[in-house]
Write a protein that binds this ligand. Structure first.
Ligand code: MG
Length: 386
């Protein structure tokens, strides 16, 4: 089990859970980072006295510095601050649950300083998978998945000693709030509708990604890099109950699945205790009370986030970074009521058709692709009238 941990994104839904799990398991929380929620962050600081903290928003960082000047905790700010905290603390593991591709640089900073990664920030692998995986190999550090589907696959693969026997990965998807709805319905949905996820309580960005199924597309790319599997060997099934968190299938057609009550506590805790297991506060799964589990093929036409991401990773280079940057910007516009729900995937699709990907040789190639994609969306997204 990890001894000292740094939690990046500690005030978000994963971060708060990770904070409580770490305390319960007796893991020292030596560093924290947040976007701008300094009230929650201050409570966490006073609770565990970390050596370092970072706040992404510089105004909030200055305020926090004033508020905690009676403590010994050092405060950093901005993206550089997140990288400082990721690399300079005495943590042996960094849990990265920041939102969006902002998480890439802190992940690389942590890897370069030889720290293992518990990865909840899937965008890190979507935009910079090859760089990140190669760097981790070079430094001999582990990347442990926190995303529930990838943790499930990681757990299923524990008994797999011959990768050549593996046929495919099967990612399950809840289908989000709009499963089974038609085009005319989706044309009119508002952000309030998209933010009502049936099974998981998560941040706004990932909840919208779950409604467009872009989340599942990003998870395909994440799985490609985590498990070294081609995208065509990763299947997606809609599974409304969110009990089977994902599966693997062997060449003899035997399937191994991981099941539990839907609660992020299990994947977070397993990344922290791996390869051991500890007791958790998650309720045991009562299959009798569920009685049946259902699986469906996703509607790839209406929810085309999956196909967009398949195309992006197939062509490769900076195209996944383009898809991701375009999606982050489009979701932001949707949450500001500036574009409609269906326009999110429309404009992301246009961006990967219009922008030319390049090879990734250095980090700047990724950052440029991300900027270009965001500019493209700002210029080309069809705005809501009025
Ligand atoms: Mg997931």
């Amino acid at each position: 089990m990890v001894k000292n941990i740094a939690l990046l994104g500690s005030t978000g839904s994963i971060g708060k859970k990770a904070f409580n799990i770490s305390k319960r398991l007796g893991i020292n929380i030596v560093a924290l980072a947040a976007y701008n929620n300094i009230d929650v962050l201050e409570n966490q600081i006073r609770d565990v006295n970390p050596e370092l903290v970072a706040v992404y928003d510089s105004t909030a960082a200055i305020k926090l510095k004033r508020n905690i000047n009676d403590t010994f905790t050092k405060v950093f700010s901005g993206l550089e601050g997140l990288c400082e905290v990721a690399s300079r603390s005495k943590a042996d593991m960094v849990l990265n649950s920041v939102m969006g591709m902002v998480g890439l640089m802190p992940t690389l900073a942590a890897i370069n300083s030889g720290k293992n990664i518990a990865l909840a920030n899937k965008e890190t692998l979507v935009v910079g998978g090859e760089l990140v995986v190669n760097e981790a190999k070079r430094q001999g550090v582990k990347i442990l998945p926190v995303d529930s589907e990838h943790s499930a696959i990681f757990q299923c693969l524990e008994g797999c000693n011959k990768k050549k026997d593996l046929k495919k990965l099967i990612l399950t998807a809840s289908g989000g709030p709009f499963f089974g709805k038609d085009y005319n319905y989706l044309k009119k949905v508002k952000k309030e509708d998209a933010l009502k996820h049936p099974n998981w309580r998560m941040g706004n960005k990932i909840t919208v990604d779950s409604a467009t199924m872009m989340n599942k597309g990003l998870e395909i790319i994440e799985a490609v890099w985590l498990f070294g599997v081609e995208q065509e060997n990763i299947e997606v099934l809609v599974h409304r109950e969110s009990v089977v968190h994902s599966m693997i299938e062997y060449k003899d057609n035997s399937i191994i699945a991981q099941l539990s009550v839907p609660d992020m506590e299990i994947p977070i805790q397993y990344a922290l205790t791996y390869p051991d297991r500890e007791f958790s506060n998650v309720k045991p799964l009562d299959l009798k009370s569920i009685s049946s589990l259902s699986f469906y093929e996703p509607d790839f036409q209406l929810f085309n986030g999956i196909n967009i991401c398949r195309e992006a990773i197939e062509i490769g280079g900076t195209l996944p970074a383009i898809a991701n940057g375009a999606n982050e910007e489009a979701v932001k516009l949707f949450l500001e009521d500036k574009i409609g729900f269906l326009e999110i995937c429309n404009v992301v699709k246009k961006s990967i058709k219009s922008l030319t990907p390049t090879k990734i040789e250095k980090i700047e190639d990724i950052l440029k692709a991300d900027r270009d994609a965001r500019d493209f969306v700002l210029k080309n997204a069809i705005r809501v009238e009025g």
